[in-house]
Design a binder for this molecule. Sequence first.
Ligand SMILES: Cc1ncc(COP(=O)(O)O)c(C=O)c1O
Length: 410
Amino acid sequence: MKPTRRNVLRSGLGVAAMIGFPEIRGYSHSEIDERMKLEKGLNGLTKADLTTPVLILDLDLLEANIARMSQHAKAAKINLRPHGKTHKCPEIAHRQVKAGAIGLCVATIREAEGMAAAGVKGLLITSELVGKPKIERLVKLTRKAPDTMSAIDSLAHAQQMSDAAVAAKINFNVMLDIDPIGRRTGVPAGETAIALAEKIVKLPNLKLRGIHGYSGASSHVTGFEARHAHSMKVMTPLIETFTRLKKMGLPVEIMSGGSTGTYNIDTELEGMTELQVGSYVFMDVDYRAIGSKGGVIYDDFAPSLTVMATVISKSHSDRATTDAGIKAFSTDKAKFTPEIKGITGVTMSYGGDEHGILVFNNPGRDLNIGDRVEFIVPHCDPNVNLYDRIYCVRGEKVVDVWRTVGRYGD
Ligand SMILES: Cc1ncc(COP(=O)(O)O)c(C=O)c1O
C-alpha cells in the first residue's frame, strides 16, 4: 500500500492518529422508545441513527413478499395460514391476514398467547402441547380465542386434552399430526393415522378439524425438480389419508402443510386446503441457496430482513472487523454464514461473540471504520428470536419499530 495520507489514515496507526474520527450516531432502544412518545416520533431518523447490531426490515420488500404469496394462493384457490414462528411479530401477522391469510400458525404456546393478545385470530399451534401446564394455558387461550387449534399425535395426549377440555367445559379444536418423513412429530400416514383419528373423534370435547403434515425434509431440497419430486412423494400418502377419512365420514375439513420451498409445488396436490409457509416474508441465506424454477438462487421472494453492523476495526488492508458476531446471528446452519448485502467481494466469518470478520477479495467498495454494513441472515426464524424488536425502514428512513412476541426471554 502506498504511504499516501489517505492510506496512512486508513491503517491502524493512522486511525489512532486520526483527528476527525468518523461520526458514529446511535440511539439506544430506550431513547428511541422515548422519541416515539413525542410528536416528532421517528421523523428524520435514518438507519445511521441506530445502534448496531440491530435487526432491520425493509418494508417495501416485505410487502412485495406478502403480496406475491397471497396472489399465488388466490390463483391456486388454496388458503394461507402462514407460519408466525418465522417472524414472531403481530404487525406482520396482521399484514398477512389483511392480504388474505385466514389465520396464523404458531409453534409454541408463548407465540400463540402473544399473537392472540395482539388480536390475531385463526391460530393453529403446530406442535403438541403436552402436559398439564401447557394444556392449562391452552384452556385459557381457547376461552379467549375459541377457534384456536393444536396438534395431536398420540392417544395418550388426546386423552389428556379431552380430560382437560371436559373439566373446563370447553371444546378443543385439534389437528391430527401426520409425519410425512421427518420423524420429528406425527404418526405415519395410512392405517396408523386412521386408527388414531377414529379414537380421537370418540373422545369428548375434542373437535377433530383435519390433518397437519409438515415436510421440513422437502422444503430445502436443492433444485426445483428434485424438490418437486420429494414433496409429491412424501405428501401424497397424507392426502390419501385425508381423502379416506372424509370418505369414512369423519368431520375433517383442513389439510394443512407446505413451506416456502414447496409453496408452488404443494398447490398441485389435490386435496391440500391450506399452506403454512413461513420464511417467505424474510428469506435467508439457506433458502436462497436451494434454487428456484429458473435459476440457482431462490429469488421468488426477496431478502427483506438484515442484521446491520458497524465496522469497528480496520487494521489490515484486506479485512475489517464489525460489532456483529456470534451473538448477533443464529449459528445453527453451520454451512451458511451471514451474507453481506449490496457489496461484492466481501465474505464474513465469526470473530467471536461480538465480532464479525470481513475478508476482502476485490471488494465492490472500500469499507472503513464507522461504515454500516447489512447482512442477510443464515436462518431467519431463530435469528428473529434473538431480538426483541425489528426496525422497519423504507430506503434509509426508519419508519417504525415492531416488537416480537413469545421469545424465550420474554
Ligand atoms: C410445522 C412447520 N410448518 C411450517 C413451517 C414453515 O416453513 P418455511 O419457513 O420453510 O416456510 C415450519 C418451519 O420450520 C414448521 O416447523
